[in-house]
Design a protein around this ligand. Structure first.
Ligand SMILES: Cc1cc2nc3c(=O)[nH]c(=O)nc-3n(C[C@H](O)[C@H](O)[C@H](O)COP(=O)(O)OP(=O)(O)OC[C@H]3O[C@@H](n4cnc5c(N)ncnc54)[C@H](O)[C@@H]3O)c2cc1C
Length: 418
């Protein structure tokens, strides 16, 4: 049986593992921390705006398992908040153990606290990977899902220092780009002023540190919008954040909170002393990142060049998914690209023709879309969502989405060898 090795166990790595396993391969995930899901442990917003369409496209193609989990772990469904419709929020504490159980059920071997630091090659092919602890992992095909966040040096150089985010570089060691180690070509995203990378766009507060009134509103509605006093409004933060879909004036004029188990605050960081001046936030405490009063993680510092089949340029047997595979923001984007990468890794291992997704699908369109300023893109807002609306790709009609996938000949494609 062919062996496919996935490096990085975030949403893209888990999606790649599932898709690869369903092609009949033996699959291993190598993850440097003690948790799967990477940044998925701190996000939670699903199905907002065009992400609804992309979710249903994935389900129609047979990549339904992870969406079943995020739907099952929802704190709230079908919520509207400024600039965003029909969102589902998942509980960020409950979702990771569910994914771990799924990996066990599917016989996908997960190696945690396994940081890959080197590759062994023969010509243009990778034959094995080596971990920081000197372990060796052989394989036939590899998928780089290591993301683009940090490591600490980048957060210090391009951000406000290590923000102590969920990836915990000081404890588990820095992210290493496998594509670059293997001879691929990495590049970085940039902000409007040309600075490499961008700040993650949200942080989390401990709910019990907020007033009863705010907590009640969050529990009942899923969202709380608290106007900021004029002297605390800081519009300049909007241009620094990754999440262009939230770079809208209401996100600077208000504290917008979302219930993901914690109170997710839709701003990259907020000086604690200032936040505590706002009514209801007098006792506020950050739970992610721990230094959310000062900064946030820096992302998009290691995207790699790839082809439409998600194969890394100039490396014969390396595919890529998630943020590694483009300037894509989001869990849904990571699952979409990871699923295609894992499926094609499986096809490559079987000697089958690789597939790509056509522009008649929202996911296929995202894969080839480039913003004129080279910025980050998402189904959930900004220019790509406008493009989805203009071209008729955006719809919440599930039957219409299933028909679109059927017309493209892609119904159940991820189960083709299952
Ligand atoms: C604070 C915050 C809030 C967010 N909120 C949302 C949201 O609400 N909704 C949404 O859709 N998106 C959200 N996002 C964005 C979303 O989380 C990411 O775009 C997406 O999850 C990226 O997934 P990924 O698999 O590409 O990368 P990652 O999640 O970064 O996963 C990469 C994994 O690779 C591991 N790794 C790296 N190097 C190595 C190595 N050498 N060896 C082994 N393992 C390695 C890392 O430890 C990590 O687990 C948020 C992001 C942040 C930071």
């Amino acid at each position: 049986m062919a062996k496919i090795v996935i490096i990085g166990g975030g949403w893209s790595g888990c999606a790649a593992a599932i898709a690869a396993r369903k092609t009949g391969a033996e699959v291993e995930i190598l993850e440097r921390t003690d948790l799967l899901l990477g940044l998925g442990n701190v996000g939670g917003i699903m199905r907002n705006n065009g992400r609804f369409t992309a979710t249903e496209e994935n389900i129609a193609m047979g990549a339904d398992e992870l969406f079943a989990i995020t739907d099952k772990c929802a704190t709230h469904k079908n919520v509207n908040f400024p600039g965003h419709d029909h969102a589902t929020f998942y509980n960020v504490v409950k979702v990771e153990p569910e994914v771990r159980r799924l990996m066990r059920e599917m016989d996908i071997e997960v190696h945690l606290i396994t940081r890959i630091t080197d590759v062994v090659k023969e010509g243009d092919r990778i034959t094995a990977l080596e971990s920081a602890d000197g372990e060796r992992f052989d394989g036939d095909v590899f998928v780089d899902c290591t993301g683009t966040t940090g490591p600490m040096g980048n957060c210090m150089e391009f951000g406000n220092g290590c923000s102590m985010c969920v990836l915990r570089c000081p404890a588990f060691g820095p992210r290493v780009s496998i594509s670059e180690k293997a001879g691929g070509h990495d590049y970085y995203g940039k902000r409007a002023d040309g600075t490499p990378g961008a700040f993650s766009g949200s942080c989390k507060l401990e709910k019990s540190s907020l007033s009863e009134k705010i907590v009640k509103e969050l529990n009942e509605k899923g969202v709380a919008v608290v106007p900021l006093p004029k002297e605390l409004i800081n519009e300049s933060k909007l241009s620094k954040k990754v999440c262009r879909q939230y770079a809208l004036p209401p996100f600077a004029e208000n504290v917008i909170l979302i219930d993901t188990g914690y109170a997710k605050m839709m701003t990259p960081y907020f000086p604690l002393a200032e936040l505590r001046q706002v009514e209801g936030f007098e006792n506020a405490r950050f739970v992610d990142p721990y230094a959310g009063g000062k900064g946030n993680s820096i992302r998009y510092t290691a995207v790699t060049e790839r082809d439409p089949f998600m194969k890394v340029k100039d490396v014969e047997n390396l595919f890529c998914g998630g943020e590694k595979s483009g300037l894509f923001i989001g869990h849904t984007e990571a699952i979409s690209t990871g699923s295609l990468a894992g499926h094609n890794a499986g096809r490559a291992a079987r000697g089958e023709t690789l597939i790509t997704l056509p522009e008649s699908t929202a996911i296929g369109s995202l894969l080839t879309y480039e913003k004129p300023d080279g910025g980050m893109i998402t189904f959930a807002g900004d220019e790509f969502f406008a493009h989805m609306k203009e071209t008729g790709l955006y719809t919440t009609d599930i039957e219409k989405i299933a028909d679109r996938i059927e017309t493209a000949g892609l119904t159940g494609i991820y189960n083709a060898f299952n």
